[in-house]
Structures are given as C-alpha cells and as structure tokens.
Design a protein around this ligand. Sequence first.
Ligand code: TTP
Ligand code: MG
Length: 360
Amino acid sequence: MEASLGPARIVIHADVDAFYAAVEQRDDPTLRGLPVAVGGLPQSRGVVMTASYEARAFGVRSAMPSRQAVELCPQLVIVPPRFDAYQDASRRIMDIFARFATVVEPVSMDEAFLDLTGRVRHLGAATDTARTIKRLVTDATALTVSLGVSGNKLVAKIASDHQKPNGLTVVPTNEARAFLAPLPIRSIWGIGPKTEAALARHGIETAGQLADLDDGWLLSRLGQGGLRLRAMARGEDDRPVAVRGASKQISREITYERDTRDRNQLVDTIAGMAKRIEHSLLEAGPARTVHIKLRYGDFSTITRQQRALHACHQAGEIQDIATALLDRCWDGRPVRLIGVGVSNFSVQVEGQLPLLPPAD
Ligand code: TTP
Ligand code: MG
C-alpha cells in the first residue's frame, strides 16, 4: 500500500553524516573505526568542529573545547580541517541533488533541501529517489547522507535527523503531527531557549503538548507567534524550498558548551571561524567589512563591525580585525556565543550561509 503525500509538495532534507570527520576517515584509512575529531589541538586551546560517531559515543560534540573532548575520550585522534577536501565533496553532493530536484536550497556545505514536487507524484516514488540519492552520494564520495522525506521543510528536516547516521525517514503529511508529538519542543523551528523555558513553566515540554493548546491560551501568553509555533508543532509549514537571494553577509557562530572568559579560547574560535569564512570567500569574493558578535551568559548580545582598509579575502586579515574588535568590546564577562562575519562584498554572492544580524 502506498501512502500519498497528497497533491501538495514533496520535500527532502539531506545532511551528510559527521561530514568533516567522515571525509578524514575516508582519506586516511588508519582513522577508520577510531574516535576522530576535526578541530584545533587542546594545547592551543582548540575547539572540536565535529566528531566521528565513534567519538560521539564518548560524548565528544561540535563546539566543545578539545581539552574537554580529550578528557572524555583519551584515545581521541584530533586532525586539523582540510576545507578544500570538504568543499570538493560538497560540490559533488550538491550536483547529485540537482539531478533529482526541481529546486535545491543549500543550507551549508553538507546540508540542503530538495523540492521534488513535479518530479515525483507519490511518497513511494520519493522514497525510491531518496534511496538512489543515498547510493549515488556514497558511490561518488564514499560518504553517507541521512535523508528525511515529507511534505514540507520542517518535517523533512526533523525526519533527516531521526535515524542518523545513514538514515532514511519518510513521514507522510497525515502522520507528521504524530511523528513530532513525542519530540521536545526545541526540535521545532523558532523555539529558542527563552520560549522553551516559558513553555516549560506551564509544563509544556513536547511538540504534542504544544500542538494541543487552544487559541485563547496561546494568544494570551505568546500572541500571534504562539499560533505559528503551534502550527509547526502540528507539522504544518508552507515555506518554499528556494534558492536564497544574494547574501549580504557571510558569518559563522559557535555556542560554547560552557560559557568562557578565556581570551585565548575566544581568539582560537575566531581563528577557526575566519578560516571557514575564508573558504566561503573563494566563491563570494573579497569583503570589506568584518563583524563580530558576542552573547553573554545572560543572553545580552553585542555586535561590532569595522571596515577594512583593503577588501579581505584571507583568514588572517579577518582574524586580525575580529580579534581587535573583541579586545575593544568584550567586557570580560563569560561569553556564551561568539560569531564572526564579513559583508560588503566586491562581488555579490548567492547566499547559503546563516546571516549575522545587522551590526550597530
Ligand atoms: P553538521 O551537519 O551539524 O554536523 P556533522 O555533519 O559533522 O554531523 P551530523 O550531521 O552527522 O550530526 O555540520 C556539518 C559540518 O560543519 C561539520 O562536519 C563540521 C562543521 N561544523 C563546525 O565547524 N562547527 C560547528 O559548530 C558545527 C555544528 C559544524
Ligand atoms: Mg551533517
């Protein structure tokens, strides 16, 4: 029996498993089967960018200081990132997606939404396509990708995460609400720590509980936004899969596992993000303005920006300006999140990266 997604839309969300770490294990067979992290070394106060699933079993996670990662997993092998290899794999994977979708919306190097509406008519056919995509990605790159198939972006995204790694999860639209119901509300787009805490105070902890709330309750406590959150908790989402317009900024940010007042760690994080931005600039072209963003433990957030004398295209230039901005604006309190961004491009780019809010 074939469930139908109805006449509406068919969306796949795809996300490569342990992306950087998987590329490293692929290219160095001695790393296979071992706990591997990609990132900076503990002695230089580096941070883990990602970890192999073997390392995750020890609790090693993205954005964790490498020192802490080694404490959790003493046999951890830490390797520096090789962005060229990741970019190459990313291109091959996005090319495969483009063969099957009417629209591909890249979210990051290893993640994209695919709109299959018009290409396939039923969930069964979409599932076959998803299997084909998985096979072709693995044939072309020796990496595995997890896919979620559903009628919209929200549910497809949550589905792709459901059986990682190497997962394929199909959620027919009429089962979306039941699929989401047991999940914690933070799985729903738009629910940040504040809303989560506000709802938790009323005992609302799962998407199912949020989905069942009535209009009056939501409107009085969360306003119109509450109705939107409830719609998402019910698995409703009509945002189109769309290639985003030209980006005005490219930025990266990291939330620390534990708030930090360690300047060396902040500078190290800046260096790592500057490296990643440099890579994006290969396509975007040089940028004239550098931003930083700091969020303290109490969630107060500041952003500062500076215009460079020359358009920057190297990590070192971005890092120097961002570090100078840090030293000018950081008041020494524990930092929860740090972000670095560039804007003011000489050449406009297709935006595929998260945006930093406007700097003041
Ligand atoms: P993710 O897709 O979030 O993580 P992942 O692919 O390593 O693992 P999985 O999807 O199986 O959970 O991010 C993709 C890559 O982006 C990741 O391999 C490394 C990089 N990255 C960072 O550099 N810093 C970060 O804080 C995160 C989350 C990712
Ligand atoms: Mg991934």
